[in-house]
Design a protein around this ligand. Sequence first.
Ligand code: GDP
Length: 296
Amino acid sequence: MKTRCGYVAIVGRPNVGKSTLLNRLLSEKISITSKKPQTTRHHLLGIKTTADAQVLYVDTPGMHEKTHRAINRYMNRAARTVLVDVDAIVMVVDRTEWNSDDEMVATAIDSTRCPVFVAVNKVDLLKDKASLLPYLQRIQKRLPDAELVPVSASKGDNLDALEKLVNESLPEGPFLFPDDQITDRSERFLVSEIVREKMMRQLGDELPYSLTIQIERFEDSGKVIHIDATTFVERDGQKAILIGKGGERIKRIGADARADIERMLDRQVMLRLWVKVKSGWSDDDRALKSLGYDDV
Ligand code: GDP
């Protein structure tokens, strides 16, 4: 099957509904953005994979800022740099008014060459849909190459049409990330990330920089998922810190991590944590591989 994959930026002045739209688009079939900075040109907010397309939603600087002045920062260089390097842009505007902030966004879009879709949002608030027509004509005049799609992000109206257009505009190519089916490998990865996060919470700055976590066992016995994870550190002192007095700290980390993992997998989990000293591992490529580090 022919597949498409590409980066998409959602832009627009504050309060037009960008976050609402993004959340709505990602509410199903979201896969957690993977930690593979070397494989992605952008910081991703989320990935939406359907049968034949994978959309990588890009974080645009300023996108979540609410203050009015944010628009100035929003269209700063960083945001422009992102815009010239995406495969499609969705500009969100309000159903009624086009103001000078929208104009700034449009100006930034003028210097890009990719397909542009204007999501004319909040149409659920319109009593008379026909009243939209003159406004649509005005936008079309300003952005002649853009395709206009009236939507309601909060109600979900017409988002299918928007997604279809966006998907069809993306370049043909293989998916850059695993599809939404959570594979065993990514579950293992997520489990190790959860353990790492709990360690971070417990230790803060004391967390050894070079620790690595290996999932030694990930076994579904039907009722319970058994997970054994070993944390490798470089020195005895680091091991002692992680374990804590009488094992208190590692127990706490394990209990917190287990609760999160059970929530993620929606299953009962038996989690066992070990801490081992593996000195000099970071200098040894083979040791790195054996720890699955090339996977991360
Ligand atoms: P952003 O600043 O562009 O990210 O805008 P938000 O997504 O935070 O939305 C701003 C406000 O508009 C919020 O109060 C949303 O609930 C509301 N909103 C967003 N989309 C719609 C929509 O389709 N219809 C209506 N009626 N309200 C919406």
